[in-house]
Structures are given as C-alpha cells and as structure tokens.
Design a protein around this ligand. Sequence first.
Ligand SMILES: [Zn+2]
Length: 300
Amino acid sequence: MRNFLSSIFLLLGLSLSTLAYANQQLPTDEPVGGEPFGHSVTMLGNGIYVFRWWVYRNIFIVTDDGVIVTDPMNPKAAKLLQAEIRKVTDKPVKYVVYSHNHHDHISGGVIFKQEGAKFVGHENVLKELGDHPSPVTPLPDITFKDRHTLKLGGRTLELEYYGPNHGNSLAVMRLPKEKILFIVDIVTPRRVAFRMMPDFWPDEWIRSLKEIEATDFDYVISGHGPHTQPAIDTANVVMEQRVYLEDLMAAVKKAMDSGMHSPDALRKSVKLPKYKAWRSYDEWLPMNIERIWAFYHMGW
Ligand SMILES: [Zn+2]
C-alpha cells in the first residue's frame, strides 16, 4: 500500500495542476481579491478521492456498498461534489462525516440527506448546531464521544477526538490501512495560522498535535489548500505545524517578557523569518501575533 501511494504521491504535482483546471464550471462569480473559486478532484487510488472547492478540501471514499463523504462545505460546493461522485460511481452516499461544527465546512449536506445519507459527528457538533442552527446543515444522526469506527463495504474510517483545540468538536479522520489522516483546520501545511486564529485554543492545539504525532500514519490530507498545493502531504506536516505554533508563542512571550505589552508594537516588531516562505506570512503573521498576545495577556 505504501509503495502504491508513494507512486501516486509523486504524480500529484503533475496531475493536480491539470485537474485544477479540468472543470471550468465555476459555482459563482469570482471572489473580489484572493484565491479564485474553482474545483478539482484528485484520485489517490483505492477509492479515495480528494475534492477541492476554492481553498476548501474534503475526502470521499467509494466502496462496494456506497460512498462516505466528509465535510460537504456549502450548498454550491456540495452540488459540484455530488456531480463529481456521480462521474465515478452510481452507488449512493451512505454517510456524511462532519470534521467539526463550523458552518463554512459542513453546510452543504441537504442534497446527501435527500439521497438517504446518515450524518456523523462528534457529540459537541450536535450541541453547537443546537446553539447556532443553520437551515442548510442537517444535524448528525450518529454521534460519538472519544472515538468512532465507521465501516462501509469493507472499508474503515476512524474518527478520533483529541479534546478542545479548534472549537471543541473536532474529529481527526483516519484511513488506517492506507495510514492517511484527513485533518481539518488544525493542520494547514506551509501556511501560517489562519488570521486571528478564530476559535483556536493555542495551548490545546499544540497538545492535540503532539498526541496526533505520536500515532501511526504516513500521509496527511488537510482541509484547506489552494490548487497550487498538493492534495496529500507526508506526515511531517503535523510536526511542522506544531513547531510553528511553538515558535510563534515563544517569540511573542519573549517580547512581552522584555516589556513589550502593546499588541500594536508586538505586531510590528515580532518576526519569524524561518517561515517567510509560508503562505500568508506577511498578511496574517501580525494577526497570529495579536492572538497570542491575547492568550498571554488575558489567559484566553
Ligand atoms: Zn473551523
């Protein structure tokens, strides 16, 4: 399996750039500024596919007994996703798995509900969607506390909860046979943390990544990445994400310990040149710094 996936992995640089433009059917007008919309599908083999819409990604798994879909994103992306699934199988979508409660990742499920899918998510997803309902987000039918093993057509998808980190409902998804993890929001390779790190708990985030690093996996598919990024990465991206956060926290702490307590001054003076080549370094590093200032200043 590993050799098979390794050869697939080598091909990805080539195939992705082709696939990224394979479908020019854009769901809406282009956004003003930023990465253009567009979608692509990358086949990894063994019935495993990575679907990308804009900078969002999910995986879907085609089995003999139906399809497992993860994170249906939003109604427009889900419609494109459903059409892409229909190109490779006529089997129905049996399960839709939510990575966490945030609406931007999980709001497109209605069309899969209509074809009879059952929805799966951590028990806190149910609670959060109860507190912040969305008319386009079906509630989970199946919930779990720590771990859940989803089986369909001889395939296994493990769902693992590592406690609070980004919100308090995040499931890391594992394909144990292929040693692939699908990780949403808490690992985004070669990019600094998202803006002001909304709903991220920095210390719990680092703890969770350490726990994930200690498990047995070879590959990571992340829930975000533009068409310029590979659909799948090697396991070291989890460690790199964790070290970035540790470096960020240490740099802000050091500056604060030396007497700099103004978030505006911190935003201007703290630099992390080691990460200069990472995406969004110039735009988002100052926001990351302010978030860490709040963590040390307010204990939050
Ligand atoms: Zn999120």
